[in-house]
Structure formats: structure tokens, C-alpha cells
Design a protein around this ligand. Structure first.
Ligand code: ADP
Length: 439
């Protein structure tokens, strides 16, 4: 699990990928510089230091220092000395190898300068031998530790800088993501602020142009529908009059039904348009629970029946009663229409807490998950082939949405865990009571 998580996080985020690339590049560069020093600079420096120290060791041996002079030198130069000759043997450090051991090593080719520890054997004028051991160990380790700390700090710095730079550079991408989500949720007024002139800036401009174009197209579609509906009203009235004057024949009832259907569709369309203006609401102070019971009573006899539950039992609010009646009729009408022979009764629930929530829950077939996001779009129907049987135009829920949003509320459709659909209306409850949305 822990191995899979970071892989997924990097796979899903461009930001994580870019930060990772920067950190990997920083490691690579540091590795390259370190490799350059280890392979090219170090051997040259080590060889010249070795030559110098060897030379220096031979010169010291020429001066044939005694034990006291060697001890002074050891304190001053981090140098340990062993002497073995015809006039005796002494050492500044008992752990140093003997001259015999060192000579054996020299013959086997081991006496090579190593980083932090260099040994040199030199002959004294009296035929004896000096062993000089330069201890760079402690100093080298301290320098090494400091370098490591510095590298660690540099890597943390690179990571933080990469994080900061990338999160700034990718800010327009996040804004675009948000914009696309808002647009797909139906917010056609989305306009993104563009602060950059790079490719993201061009993309943001293109997005704004696209959103503007989509808005124009949707508005043109709505306007066309409204214009056509207005224009159709007069000829339809004339057709109705003409039909009424016609003598009865076998085809007349069907013609009457077709005209009535067209009239209902035009009325719904014009109502849909009227509701796009929140000022169309006629708000009155009502008891919502009484209104729910009143609408529910007209569906009492239609199977599977309706039950109203309210908490508290009375909910006084400022609402457009006709608008809310239309919403409930649409929701209850659908719930009844799509109920199955063995469906349990429809439940309307009203709760008033921080928000006012009204839900209509049925026990029908529910709504395919893929269709849920489109349910409130005008003319959307889940199954077009059912339109003959169930007789709607897919306008009912879009009208509900307009009415609820004009009140500053939201409407949502979900499927129940077991079976059936649930439509939930949520209204804000401002301190002064619930009224129409401003603007
Ligand atoms: P219509 O007037 O055609 O019923 P609506 O806008 O009221 O249009 O509903 C749109 C679509 O949503 C319907 O065609 C139907 O498929 C689906 N729908 C609405 N309510 C329910 C429900 N309670 N159960 C199942 N499907 C529903």
C-alpha cells in the first residue's frame, strides 16, 4: 500500500512530477560535480600533496630531530613520528606500526597515501629510519560532515524552491481546472482571470473565449425556443378554434390531443423562460408544511400514495407559493409516474435547521448514475422511448431548478441506497426569513 501511494500521487499530479524532476535534476547535478571532483580533481591534488609531504618528510629526516623536537612538531602539525636507529628507538604515538612492519608493507606495495591518513618512511643520516604519519582523519571527517550537512540543506532548499516556483507556475492550471468544472456544472458566466503571458495564459484566453461562445450558443438556443414558442401561440389558438368548429370525425380526438400537447409544451417553455428572472417570484408568508400537505393530498389516491413528515410541525417561510407548488407537483408527478407496482409510498420530508431541506423520496427504478448530472437540463429525458408512455418533454425538472435557484436554493437528485430516487431541495435560512434570491 505504502509503495503504491506515492506512485499514484506522482502519476496524478503534474505538480508532483515537476517537483520530482527538479529534485532528481538537482541530485544528478550534485552527483556530477561530486563525480568530477572524485575522479579528476582529487587524484591530481592527492598526488601533489603526496609528493610535497614525502619531500617534507625526507627533509625532516635529514635534520634528524630527537624525541622532544618530534613531539613539538607532532603538536604543531598533526604529525606522529616513530624513530628506530643505531642510537635507540622512540615514538610520539605507541599505536604507530614499527619500522619493520612498515618496511614489509612497503615491499608489498601497501604504503600508499590514502585520504585522511598518509605514511612516509625516510632514512636518517645515521642509517636509522623515521616513520612519519600525517593524521588528516579528524579534520577530514569534520569537513566531510560539514559538506554533507551543506548538501542536505541545499537539497531541502532546492525542494522548497521547486515547490514554491512550481506551485506559482501551475496556478493558472488549477484555475483552469476549476473553470472547466464550473462550466461543466452549468455555470456559463465563468470568466478566468489571466495574469500570465505564457502557454497557460494562451490556454486561459482560449478557455474564456470558449466559455463565452458556449454561453452565446445556449442563450441563442433559449432565445430561439422562446421566440418560436411566442410565434406559435397565435397559430395554435387559431388551430384550436378551427378544430372546435370542425364537425366530429374519427381523427378529431387525436388532433385535439396533439394540439393540447403542443399548447402544454409552449406553456412550459414560456414558464421556464419567465423564471429565469428572480423578480418573477411573488413571495408571500406561508406555512411550508401546510403547502406540502395540500399538494400531497392531490396525489393521495394515486398509487403508491404520499406521506408528509415535518420537523418542526410548522415551518413559516417567505416563498413564492405557486412556484413551490409547481416544483412539488413536478417532483410528486414524476415519483408517481415512475413508481413500480410494488413500490412503497412516496415520502416528503421537511426539516428546518441551519438550512431548510425538503426531500421527495420514491421507491421507483431510480435514475442511471450517468444521467444524474444532466437531469436538470432542459429537454433531458433518461429514456426517450418512454416519452410516448410517460408523456413529458424533459422540461419539468429544469423548471424546478429555476424556481429553486430563484429562491437562492439548490436542487439535487440522488439514488437511494436500496431502490428509487430522492430529490432534495435546500434553501438557505437567512435571519430575516426565507425570501427570493437577490440579483
Ligand atoms: P418529464 O417531464 O419528461 O418527466 P422531467 O424533467 O420531469 O421531464 O424529468 C426528466 C427525466 O428524469 C425523465 O424523463 C425521467 O426519465 C427522469 N426522472 C425524473 N424523476 C424521476 C423519478 N422519480 N424516478 C425515475 N426517473 C425520473
Amino acid at each position: 500500500m505504502s509503495r503504491v501511494w506515492p506512485r499514484l500521487a506522482v502519476h496524478r499530479s503534474v505538480f508532483a512530477k515537476l517537483v520530482l524532476i527538479m529534485v532528481v535534476m538537482a541530485f544528478f547535478l550534485v552527483g556530477m560535480v561530486a563525480g568530477f571532483f572524485i575522479h579528476f580533481v582529487n587524484p591530481v591534488v592527492a598526488a601533489s600533496v603526496d609528493r610535497m609531504l614525502g619531500d617534507y618528510a625526507r627533509r625532516i629526516a635529514q635534520d634528524a630531530p630527537n624525541r622532544e623536537e618530534a613531539q613539538r612538531m607532532a603538536r604543531r602539525l598533526a604529525l606522529e613520528v616513530r624513530y628506530e636507529g643505531p642510537d635507540g628507538a622512540w615514538t610520539t604515538d605507541e599505536t604507530l606500526p614499527t619500522i619493520a612492519e612498515t618496511l614489509t608493507e612497503t615491499r608489498r606495495g601497501w604504503l600508499r597515501p590514502v585520504w585522511g591518513h598518509s605514511r612516509y618512511l625516510a632514512r636518517a643520516p645515521n642509517g636509522g629510519h623515521y616513520l612519519f604519519v600525517w593524521e588528516f582523519g579528524k579534520r577530514a571527517k569534520a569537513a566531510h560532515d560539514r559538506l554533507l550537512l551543506l548538501l542536505l540543506a541545499a537539497m531541502i532548499g532546492v525542494f522548497l524552491a521547486a515547490h514554491f516556483v512550481m506551485s506559482r507556475a501551475l496556478r493558472p492550471l488549477r484555475a483552469l481546472h476549476e473553470g472547466v468544472q464550473r462550466l461543466s456544472a452549468g455555470d456559463l458566466d465563468v470568466v478566468l482571470e489571466n495574469r500570465t503571458r505564457d502557454e497557460f495564459g494562451a490556454l486561459t484566453d482560449a478557455f474564456n473565449r470558449m466559455a463565452g461562445r458556449v454561453k452565446e450558443m445556449v442563450e441563442a438556443r433559449d432565445q430561439l425556443l422562446i421566440d418560436v414558442s411566442h410565434e406559435l401561440r397565435s397559430p395554435l389558438t387559431r388551430l384550436k378554434v378551427a378544430l372546435a368548429l370542425l364537425p366530429d370525425n374519427a381523427k378529431k380526438p387525436q388532433a385535439d390531443r396533439d394540439v393540447a400537447e403542443m399548447e402544454a409544451m409552449i406553456t412550459e417553455l414560456l414558464e421556464f423562460e419567465r423564471l429565469s428572472d428572480p423578480r418573477a417570484l411573488r413571495t408571500t408568508h406561508i406555512d411550508l408544511v401546510a403547502l406540502l400537505r395540500e399538494v400531497a393530498s392531490s396525489y393521495e389516491d394515486a398509487p403508491p400514495g404520499v406521506r408528509v413528515e415535518a420537523d418542526p410541525p410548522e415551518i413559516p417561510v417567505d416563498l413564492d407559493a405557486d412556484g413551490i407548488r409547481t416544483v412539488l407537483r413536478n417532483l410528486l408527478g414524476n415519483a408517481v409516474k415512475y413508481s413500480l407496482p410494488d413500490s412503497k409510498e412516496i415520502v416528503i420530508q421537511a426539516r428546518r435547521r441551519e438550512t431548510l431541506v425538503v426531500s421527495v423520496e420514491d421507491d421507483g427504478p431510480g435514475i442511471p448514475e450517468d444521467d444524474l448530472p444532466h437531469l436538470f437540463e432542459p429537454f433531458f429525458r433518461v429514456d426517450r422511448s418512454r416519452s410516448r408512455k410517460t408523456g413529458g418533454y424533459g422540461l419539468g425538472l429544469s423548471i424546478c431548478k429555476r424556481i429553486v435557484e430563484a429562491h437562492g436554493g439548490q436542487i439535487q437528485a440522488t439514488n437511494n441506497r436500496g431502490r428509487g430516487a430522492c430529490f432534495t431541495l435546500t434553501f438557505p435560512v437567512p435571519p430575516g426569513g426565507l425570501g427570493p434570491a437577490s440579483g
